[in-house]
Design a protein around this ligand. Sequence first.
Ligand SMILES: Cc1cc2nc3c(=O)[nH]c(=O)nc-3n(C[C@H](O)[C@H](O)[C@H](O)COP(=O)(O)OP(=O)(O)OC[C@H]3O[C@@H](n4cnc5c(N)ncnc54)[C@H](O)[C@@H]3O)c2cc1C
Length: 463
Amino acid sequence: METGSGSGRRASGRRYAVIGAGAAGLCAAKYLIGSGCTDVTIFEIGTQIGGLWCYRNDSGRSSAYRTLHINTAKYVTRFSDFPFDESVQAFPSHEDMHRYLVAYAERFDLVRRIRFRSKVTAIRPLAPEGSDAQRWEVVVEGGTPEVFDRVLVATGHLSVPMHVPEYRDAFGGEYLHSHDYREPEPYVGKRICVIGVGNSACDIASDVCQTSPMTVMVARSGVMIGPKLIFGRPFTDVTFRLYKTWIPDGLRRRLIAFLVRMIQGRMTDLGFRPLTERAHPTTSAVVVQHIAYRRILVKQGIERIEGRRIRFADGSEHEFDTMIACTGYLIDLPFVPPEVAEVRENRVDLYKRMCAPGWTGLYFVGLLNSTSHSLNDIFEKQARWICAVEHGEVELPPPAAMRADIEAKKAYLRRHFRDSPRHTIEEESLFYLADLERMRRRGRRRRAPAGGADADVAVAGGR
Ligand SMILES: Cc1cc2nc3c(=O)[nH]c(=O)nc-3n(C[C@H](O)[C@H](O)[C@H](O)COP(=O)(O)OP(=O)(O)OC[C@H]3O[C@@H](n4cnc5c(N)ncnc54)[C@H](O)[C@@H]3O)c2cc1C
């Protein structure tokens, strides 16, 4: 009998807790159930399905704004076994994404498993570190603690604002973080300083600049802003074809940079610094036009703030009414004991971004940023990998080997990406996903002589 992951019980007899009913939690629950693990409970703070994509979610954690559309087009964003409705546009809006996730939950019969209004405040291991027979106590606000064999944390990582205190504290006007931005109307007629050049910064600056006497974007680092369309087709549909492990990485990146330059022009001509290190991808069809129209001015840094007056790196000075800090988000896992997985300098050390070394039966889903693939694609492959571990197809290495793997990944990130708190969970998704799939295939081959692949896991694999 295959038990997997060192537990005494067969996977299908275990109790699973999934924390979060966003895309990651729903996807993980669906794959667990599909693999025969039927005792699955999903805990959710609010009363809504869809996490971040539910605009004004009563969980208070959604960072969606009214004009938000997804950047990865629908054909690369869909789950592999659940297409978007044909009527949905190429780049779904947050409403489309929310409807899609609700429909996914209904289609795979997940809704009845969700306990809404259930904020998890603590998870506690019941055995010491290193125990193979680990079980977990899950504590819900106002509830009685319950014991689960396995816990999957899928609580997102784009909900708790990362501020730049020296700007926030010095600026004398209205200050908000992009997490709290919803719609452009309150900012009509105001002079706005947007800090950052990520996806939210491009969207929000483009929103407010049309009715603002002055909008400035402050970008301390270089950027490459990808387009949304090429020859009238979604850019991500085209670039996705280049994401093959046999295409040399340098060649692929040069090709994509060339296409971006053909469509958007030279970023330095728009006023940005040259991109010298790799960074999380930014995509916007319109911000480039707004910059060309001078509705948005680009500045390369702030030298000084005095009240509402800001002096920029180029020596110019302007007065602003509002500062919108699009400065990213902090990883927050307040319910996880620090001895299990500690968040330090916005980093958390997890093997394959999912497992805390030494702590059996705890998985994290979706705790990463992707360089290329849509996150739904990644959630699916993570979920399949977790199922494979649970069913004994993939064997986890000992904690020391996990830690060595984590250190190697950190060193890779330091070498290749901008060293900033925003890039601590950046993942080279093409190679990451290939690695997870390779581990699963190797596991299946290893088990094949003893009676072929486990039927349960074949379902989990979905193919
Ligand atoms: C502006 C913006 C644009 C984006 N664009 C793209 C894109 O183009 N393509 C792409 O692939 N991704 C994009 N993303 C990333 C997006 O985060 C993911 O696509 C995905 O939706 C995240 O899903 P999740 O389930 O990990 O997290 P979330 O959607 O945040 O869901 C987490 C859930 O966990 C719940 N929860 C949290 N803590 C607890 C607790 N203690 N107890 C119980 N429940 C809890 C929350 O209420 C929430 O429902 C974008 C993100 C942002 C902010």
